[in-house]
Design a protein around this ligand. Sequence first.
Ligand code: DAU
Length: 301
Amino acid sequence: MFVRGDICDGPLVEQLLAGHGVRAIVHFAAESHVDRSIHGPEDFIRTNVVGTFRLLHAARSHWESLPSGARDAFRFVHVSTDEVYGSLAPGDAPFREDRAYEPNSPYSASKAASDHLVRAYHHTYGLPVITTNCSNNYGPLQFPEKLIPLCIHHALAGRPLPIYGDGRQVRDWLYVKDHTAAIRRVLEAGTPGETYNIGGWNEQPNLEVVHALCRLLDAERPRPDGRGYAEQITFVKDRPGHDRRYAVDAAKIARLLGWRPAETFETGLRKTVHWYLDNQDWVADITSGGYRDWIARQYGP
Ligand code: DAU
């Protein structure tokens, strides 16, 4: 059953948990776009911090009301981000679960706050929580504010492909279905109170990602004028406070829960490009209205 609601609406969440005999919560609900958090941090505090608190509060009363077997089996999985760890220098080891938090954007600070609340609900009340911290996702159905779908959309529309700063910032990319498979594994077999880092073992500088996309599009949907999509690459003003490098050490989830990504960056990116080429109607629909206002605000008219 799908209910459209707001995680900040405590009474609604409580009513849904009690009314549907909920056995587990997988908490994906978040404001997720770093650039939007720079323009308007308050929404991020409201949804990511207050919303997570309301969900934890409701989950705790629901969990405490369950009979003992159901109480033991209940899980609250909190889906978070590698950005809570801050930025790595070129030679630094990838983020492990025991790394100190150093969030640098209003977005990552709000996710860090939510991770701490989740941890506190376990430590103080015993709520069986598990937190996952994942790297950059890509794949079908991703809103075209994020780098990969934005560049596919702009390339096909003949618009500039905006690269922030020098384009040498590094991200670790993971195909979305590999992320959901990891969350499923954590839900099935993760230990309450633990955190698990999830990543693709796939560090790429942004400029490389965009060049790889351009090569795929050149092959799959050549430009009518016969030139390459890479010609549309445009360097723009850097994101304020832009983290230089993220890299995730996903050895813990691999060792303890047997999870590894199924896709390589090559296979995942190809699937992603195919999906967007086959679903141009979805893109057209989603990029109308408010999306156009966002693009004008972020990248200029
Ligand atoms: O690391 C996990 C995080 O990945 C998630 O927690 C966030 O919710 C998700 O938005 C993503 O954050 P990023 O800021 O890394 O993703 P984004 O797609 O916005 O940007 C990826 C990189 O590309 C980043 O270094 C900024 C750069 N970029 C992004 C856009 C939108 C550009 O150079 N140009 C752009 O137009």
